[in-house]
Design a protein around this ligand. Sequence first.
Ligand SMILES: C[S@@+](CC[C@H](N)C(=O)[O-])C[C@H]1O[C@@H](n2cnc3c(N)ncnc32)[C@H](O)[C@@H]1O
Length: 473
Amino acid sequence: MLRSIIQTFRSMADKTQYDIQKETHYNNNLCDALAEYGRISRQYAQLNIFQEDTPDAGADDIRVIELFAGVGGFRVGLERASSRFVTVWNNQWEPSTKRQDASQIYCNRFGYSGHSNEDISKVPTDEIPAAELLVGGFPCQDYSVATTLKNSHGIAGKKGVLWWEIHRILKESMQPIPYLMLENVDRLLKSPARQRGRDFALILASLSDLGYVVEWRVINAADYGMPQRRRRTYMVAYHRGFNPIGEAFERCDDKFHWILTEGVEAKAFACEEKSVKKRGEFDINGDLVKITDEFNNNPKSQSTSPFGSAGVMDNRHVWTTDVEPDYNGPRISLGDILLDEDEVDESFFINDDEIKRWEYLKGGKKEKRLTKDGFEYDYSEGPMAFPDKLDVASRTIITGEGGKGPSRFKHVVLTPNGRFRRLTPIELERLNMFPDNHTEGASDVRRAFLMGNSLVTGIVEKLGCSLLSMIMQ
Ligand SMILES: C[S@@+](CC[C@H](N)C(=O)[O-])C[C@H]1O[C@@H](n2cnc3c(N)ncnc32)[C@H](O)[C@@H]1O
């Protein structure tokens, strides 16, 4: 189905999504995004690897800095939104391995020019060129879905402190960077468990003190027709009064109207308010140390975060509410992105003698287990779909998706010939709306890891499109 949709839209293939939007009054449906997906896929197929040149940005271009770049999810999405987004500098360094697969893949796809493969905390700000937009999915290991919220150490944790590298770059930049687009896990709004919302309050307060208005939304890509259920917090920020969006925000008297209709995120992802009763409005007071110590640190209220799934903050004042998606366009399911059975290497098929183990791991359980110290405890968990349903969007890809070993969390599909198999790297790329073979060059296990760490590029594409149309207004 995906292929036929792409085919249908090939005639639009030479235009960027922003151009198409202007011509067709983009009506919140995925067709043009899919057209671009097809266009970019073909373009990458022709790219020389180790291509050296990054084009210089022209006068009307929006120069982009991509931090924590991974394999370039933001870049893929923004370039599909418009050729006006030109990434002039990017940084990716994996602290846990000697091999730098993500950095290598990034360079294979986009060239070495403007690429930095160094620990960002060691890069002096004056080595980073001027830009209009800074993007990045800052590391989220401390809050990731693989660990429980209870065990998370939030932003004060080991890896979470990298937020302060973004902050440092914004603070030391010679000229304020007018726009930011940031991504993190949905639990960012609720972390840490003892002081719900404290980490997000720190981020908002620190950006406010640097002059930014910040919008946020928790967006599940599948709610807007994309092929993966992946809920993430997306922040879009604009420097106060420094640019057309900041000015439009100042002119808007009803900030809830901004959250629901007028803002960058609302224009990209139409939504409805769940209930007016869910609205909240409050100030984030005090310096960052006081916020760290005191935000929501009241035993009576600490069980809930004050941040709803959508909101905006200006001058330390927060408007927030809970929203739900308003989307009736086309949808891509897991079945739509699968390769034909004969295109899949035998290593992805599950042998008959392994099926029982997979069934056990995927199944519901109520059993006695022993701790490391030999204490017996009751263990229970519900069943997972086995095989995965093909007529809906897939579950979230996690970093452990690759490898032959049976697992509760890896996807398993049933082929038309009645065989069970895991997903291939290309299929994982498609679930994040990357071009086919984007991560080629690394091992299959690593490619799966990189996709588990990345994002659904269609979200960035739509946000980029919305940002651009508001800048150009
Ligand atoms: C959540 S992933 C972002 C993935 C990216 N958005 C993509 O599309 O692939 C965070 C990235 O930050 C990188 N990282 C972690 N610590 C870093 C550091 N100190 N300096 C630079 N990059 C770092 C990780 O290797 C990882 O690729």
